[in-house]
Design a protein around this ligand. Structure first.
Ligand code: KG4
Ligand code: ZN
Length: 344
């Protein structure tokens, strides 16, 4: 139905609604960001200490058209200039995904332009290309509220999964510890701010290394921290020490595993992305330890680490460039292991 090839300088609209942020972006040539808007729902979910799926879909429904219109306006691009649409198809909250996917389909249908469903993790792994070139292969780590995953990234379309979390994601552990400390949601940034005033070695929380595996497990650490908070009835002056000690335990595990993967596969480059990758202490420790081992560690800017649509645009561009087109009856999928491009 569509041309097999897209123009190199194609203008793409990208949409991301897999969780609680409504995001849309316009990209030129697969990497030049003309605009990228993210409408946060933090204030909707704050009082629950986590994302409430039903509320997230409803809010996406209200936000999606203004966000898409807003991003086109900011980019100075009209609908008739779009050469394609990329949209997150999964993994994520199904009701949230439906909103973005339906919007993308409607535009693709009305304009008669190609559209492609993108794996959210592929977006995080390729976000770095919005700002710089990176030679392949590299070790890609996604650390967010929903994922803690390690990949060997062989090119724009080839990802070898090395390991993932067996229970809580790193960001989820940050959010739950913050909730237990009565600090609010989302917890990552709040913990980081408090940790800056605390001693990272004050409390020896466990480091769940799972020796010999590239998997992760943060639920035991989270429980240890919550038990500590409850059993010690900690005072306000101790909160920064708990935050710093918890953050340091998470950082130790993430840094060690990623650098180990890098050594194990003989790949001297690690790219870390996802919401938790905006954490200053994580970035600092990664760079420090990487330098010692001669491994280059790269991060997207914080605004491209947390959920955004520009990263979905980069991934979509490479899929479209490779000739991939999705039909208008494409469904969303809540689970979608990366590497299986056709979904479950
Ligand atoms: O990538 P993201 O925006 O959404 C998901 O795909 O999950 O990541 C959100 C997660 C939340 O759990 C949040 O607490 C965490 O990233 N996060 C942080 C920081 N900023 C966001 N965690 C630690 N330190 C931060 N500065
Ligand atoms: Zn994400």
């Amino acid at each position: 139905m569509f041309e097999k090839f897209i123009p190199v300088e194609v203008i793409l609209l990208a949409i991301e609604t897999s969780c609680d942020d409504t995001a849309a972006a316009v990209l030129e040539g697969g990497r030049r960001v003309l605009s990228s808007l993210v409408s946060s729902q933090d204030e909707v979910h704050r009082k629950y200490g986590g994302v409430v799926p039903e509320l997230a879909s409803r809010r996406h429904m209200e936000n999606i058209v203004p966000v898409v219109k807003g991003t086109l306006k900011e980019a100075g691009v009209d609908f008739d200039e779009l050469g394609g649409i990329a949209v997150t198809r999964g993994p994520g909250l199904i009701g949230s995904l439906f909103v973005g996917l339906s919007t993308a389909k409607a535009i693709a249908f009305a304009r008669g332009i190609p559209f492609v469903g993108v794996n959210h993790l592929m977006g995080h792994l390729l976000a770095i290309f919005l700002e710089r070139e990176v030679p392949f292969p590299f070790i890609g780590m996604v650390v967010s509220g929903g994922h803690t995953s390690l990949f060997l990234v062989e090119d724009f379309l080839r990802f070898r999964s090395l390991g993932a979390t067996r229970d809580d994601a790193a960001g989820e552990a940050f959010d739950k510890v913050a909730k237990a400390l009565g600090l609010g949601y989302p917890g990552g940034r709040i913990i980081e701010e408090l940790a800056a005033r605390g001693d990272p070695h004050a409390i020896a929380f466990p480091r769940p290394y799972l020796e010999g595996s590239f998997d992760f497990s943060f639920s035991g650490l989270k429980t240890a921290v919550i038990n500590y908070i409850r059993s010690h009835r900690i005072g306000e002056d101790e909160v920064p020490h708990v935050a710093a000690s918890f953050q340091e335990a998470v950082v130790d595990v993430l840094v060690k595993k990623a650098l180990w993967a890098s050594a194990r596969f003989g790949v001297g480059r690690v790219v870390v992305s996802g919401g938790v990758a905006s954490n200053g202490r994580l970035r600092e420790r990664f760079l420090e330890e990487g330098r010692k081992e001669g491994i280059e560690v790269l991060f997207p800017s914080p605004r491209f680490c947390t959920d955004n649509a520009a990263m979905i645009g980069v991934a979509g561009y490479h899929l479209l460039k490779a000739g991939r087109r999705d039909p208008l009856d494409l469904n969303a999928t809540s689970r979608w292991p990366l590497g299986r491009e056709d979904g479950p």
